[in-house]
Write a protein that binds this ligand. Structure first.
Ligand SMILES: Nc1ncnc2c1ncn2[C@@H]1O[C@H](COP(=O)(O)OP(=O)(O)OP(=O)(O)O)[C@@H](O)[C@H]1O
Length: 774
């Protein structure tokens, strides 16, 4: 063990100061440089046209002028780029100055004369002469030693092969404002002391980077480059989301020449989550990837005429519903519509549509039929069947555009047009005038040609009115997708064997909704999928890597659909089947439980250690689920969770008391988690008169430190210092087990559950010494 309080500490602190000096020198130089570049940019913008020779007399002159403008613009954009890079560099240096590094390893490579000291930070830093690394980026190949080994024989991979040697020292630092606040030498992986420090702090409203304490098994996930699909099944609080974000940073670093943040997409569980994770990558000096919820993606693609149910409303329905026939039909529908069997049936249906059954919409104008759906139908089916449906749709589209142009011409002679022309605004006349001028520039015509003007105005009026029609045709709205989707439930399906027994009731339930212009969440994916098969959709080639967080909430159909949308993407799926709150409510399969669906090049990782909650909370929550004994808590002590029985009329009062206690103890984010949105609203209405409290609803995009009231399913992925479960006796049904587990695992330090009724049967398997009953 080294002298961590004495000489070693002094030496290390001296080094920190000398590194900080180097940083300051660099900052000075770059600031000067940036100032110069900035004034260049300013100057070029100001004098842009002075340095351009503008001459439009002859065609040759025009070409020369264009070249001159281009050259000047390129010069400007080069300067702007440099300015941006220098600023980026300055920001990184500012971060390094505060905390230059968090780790050190001394590695003696086989065949070398001495060990090299490798200091790890969020970015690399060279010495004044740009010869030696003072800090290595945590993502550099050599840095993996820090995460993968304890002192002893160690190796790391480079492009040139495996480098072997001996790690003589592994040291960790906590440095703030250039001062060492903590320093630990570690024997086993990333030492407990450092983790203790990090995990013992308060919950934050934004996720933190875990770069200094990434664990070995997390590092395997972060640096994996072999597999096309990487699946992480990790228990609650095992660092799946953290690992995912570090992985994004790692990939951006490794492939910095080819991969940019806009090539990476994260599907997140709810809008709140987006802001929760938003600071991690910028903290690491990287830009955020694209982010959306899958539902947002689907809604953008759905016909606006529909009233679309979202995933949260579907869950509310499942939570509130009673086991009536309508309910069980719906559950069976959800199960089947998420399955690959249903997808197969849709594929078969579309292949039949190639010969018959497609439906179209009339194209009408001012109440007159221009082209009827029958005409479109006949035209479509007159085309060669060897062409795919989307190809034929393109031919139909071209035909329709031509027909529309003809109709547009015919329309110009109609009486209504002349009338409209007379009522045109001054601006319209002006526009016509400009157009005429343009047109007549190379001719002898003059504008006072009244007839010409009238003709142009007529054209303008009709064009304007036809615009929506052209737009409809261009976006293939002449295909009646809603009816085609509806038809799927009105006829025999190809593979009847896979259909659930109550398929007929499912069909009539679905049709009722569709006829009402409502679309249920379970129909959204299949609807858009069908639409894509018919309209043809160019796959997205820009996205090269997809991350799906909370992957357990995706059905196999949804996952197959995402694969189809992003065929060139690698995928990282992160989830926990014990938190499958959506499928838990219906018992359906999810991507995580049905792993074979993804085929080859798949690698699966298991994370069984959990870091979020105290040991006592983990010991309680792991008894709520099967196989919970495999979950390994991190050894952080706390109080046992409490279940407090309380009369309904007293519960709000007790919540207030509990909140006040927690606040006195220093907890900063306290969540009162309710089962549903409605319950959250009721509780919020009661509490808000007494204390400052925020409510989280499905559209909420960010939150602040303090007291929150939040429905169970929106707390997914997020954590709080203390969790108060509004009424745990309400989670009674087996299908709510995973929801209850998810709710309780949000707590870092304290978990307090009120029970206004009998204890839930879900607690039967939990030993009574795992919680305190009041
Ligand atoms: N290696 C680590 N070092 C420090 N903290 C860590 C580490 N891994 C995870 N954590 C912390 O544990 C908590 C849970 O992490 P995270 O939210 O990434 O887990 P998760 O597996 O996505 O959780 P869940 O599925 O329950 O939402 C966070 O506070 C995170 O900072």
């Amino acid at each position: 063990m080294s002298d961590l309080q004495g000489k070693d500490w002094r030496l290390e602190q001296q080094r920190v100061h000398s590194v900080v000096n180097v940083i300051e020198e660099k900052v000075k130089k770059i600031t000067q440089n940036a100032g110069k570049v900035s004034s260049d940019v300013h100057e070029i913008r100001k004098t842009f046209w002075d340095d351009v020779t503008v001459n439009m007399e002859e065609p040759d002159d025009i070409i020369e002028t264009a070249a001159s403008i281009k050259q000047q613009a390129e010069f400007l954009s080069e300067r702007e780029r440099t300015h941006k890079q220098l600023n980026h560099h300055l920001k990184t240096l500012a971060r390094l100055k505060n905390s230059p590094y968090f780790g050190r390893i001394d590695f003696w490579e086989n065949g070398e004369k001495s060990a090299e000291q490798v200091y790890l930070g969020i970015a690399s830093l060279m010495d004044e002469l740009d010869e030696n690394f003072l800090i290595y980026d945590w993502r550099a190949p050599i840095s993996s030693l820090y995460y993968d080994y304890s002192p002893g024989p160690a190796a790391y991979q480079t492009l040139d092969g495996n480098i072997e040697g001996e790690m003589e020292l592994k040291r960790q630092f906590i440095i703030k404002e250039s001062e060492i606040k903590g320093m630990f030498d570690t024997g086993v992986t990333i030492g407990d002391e450092m983790l203790q420090e990090v995990l013992g702090t308060n919950a934050s409203i934004q996720m933190k980077s875990i770069v200094a304490t990434i664990q070995r098994e997390q590092n395997q996930i972060i640096r994996n480059e072999r597999s096309k699909v990487l699946i992480v099944q990790g228990v609650a609080g095992s660092g799946k989301t953290s690992a995912a974000l570090q992985r994004v940073a790692y990939l951006l670093y490794r492939h910095r020449d080819t991969l940019k943040s806009e090539n990476i997409m994260l599907f997140s569980p709810n809008p709140l989550f987006n802001s929760y994770v938003a600071t991690v990558l910028p903290e690491l000096g990287e830009e955020n990837m694209q982010q959306a919820t899958f539902m947002e993606y689907l809604i953008r693609r759905l016909d606006r005429e529909f009233d679309v149910e979202d995933s949260f409303n579907q869950l509310e329905y499942l939570l509130n519903g009673e086991e009536a026939e309508e309910y069980s039909t719906r559950v069976a529908g959800i199960l089947y519509k998420g399955s690959l069997d249903f997808k197969k049936n849709i594929d078969q249906y579309v292949s039949d549509l190639s010969r018959r059954g497609l439906m179209f919409r009339d194209l009408t104008f001012r109440g007159d039929m221009l082209i009827s759906k029958k005409q479109i139908h006949d035209y479509f089916y007159s085309l060669e069947t060897s062409y795919s449906i989307p190809n034929r749709m393109q031919i139909v589209k071209q035909w329709l555009l031509k027909e529309l142009k003809r109709a547009e011409k015919r329309e110009r002679t109609k009486g209504w047009v002349e009338e409209e022309v007379q009522f045109l605004d001054k601006e319209d006349y002006l526009e016509a005038f400009k157009k005429m001028q343009e047109k007549n520039r190379f001719t002898e015509n003059t504008f006072d040609d009244f007839e010409q003007e009238q003709r142009l105005l007529t054209k303008m009026v009709v064009r304007e009115k036809f615009k929506p029609l052209f737009a409809r045709v261009k976006s293939l709205k002449f295909i009646d997708i809603p009816r085609i989707y509806r038809q799927l439930f009105e006829q025999e399906l190809g593979d009847a064997k896979s259909l659930p027994t109550n398929w007929d009731s499912i069909c009539s339930q679905t049709l009722d909704r569709l006829n009402n212009m409502e679309i249920l969440y379970e129909d959204t994916t299949s609807f858009v999928y069908l639409q894509d098969l018919i309209e043809g959709r160019k796959s997205n080639t820009a996205i090269r890597h997809i991350f799906i967080d909370e992957a357990q909430d995706y059905s196999p159909f949804q996952f197959a659909f995402i694969q189809m949308l992003f065929p060139y993407s690698k995928m990282t799926l992160l989830g926990d089947f014990n938190q499958a709150i959506f499928s838990g409510a219906t018992g359906s399969t999810t991507v995580l439980t049905d792993l074979d669906i993804v085929g080859e090049e798949v690698e699966t990782f298991l994370l069984t250690k959990t870091y979020r909650s105290t040991k006592e909370i983990v010991e309680f929550t792991s008894e709520l689920i099967t196989d919970g004994e495999k979950i390994e808590p991190f050894n952080r002590k706390g109080r046992k969770p409490v279940i407090e029985r309380v009369d309904q009329w007293k519960v709000n009062h007790r919540i207030l008391e509990k909140i006040s206690e927690y606040q006195k103890e220093g907890h900063r984010t306290i969540a009162v988690i309710c089962r549903t949105a409605e319950e959250s609203r009721l509780v919020f209405e009661k509490l808000k008169n007494e204390i400052s409290v925020h409510i989280i609803e499905k559209g909420t995009v960010s939150y602040e430190k303090g007291i929150l009231v939040i429905p169970s399913y929106l707390a997914k992925g997020i954590e709080f210092d203390a969790v108060i479960v509004y009424d745990c006796s309400q989670y009674r049904r087996e299908r709510e087990r995973k929801l209850f587990y998810t709710v309780c695992t949000r707590a870092m330090h304290e978990l307090h559950m009120f029970a206004t009724d009998d204890l839930s049967p879900l607690l039967e398997a939990v030993s009574t010494d795992r919680y305190a009953l009041k």
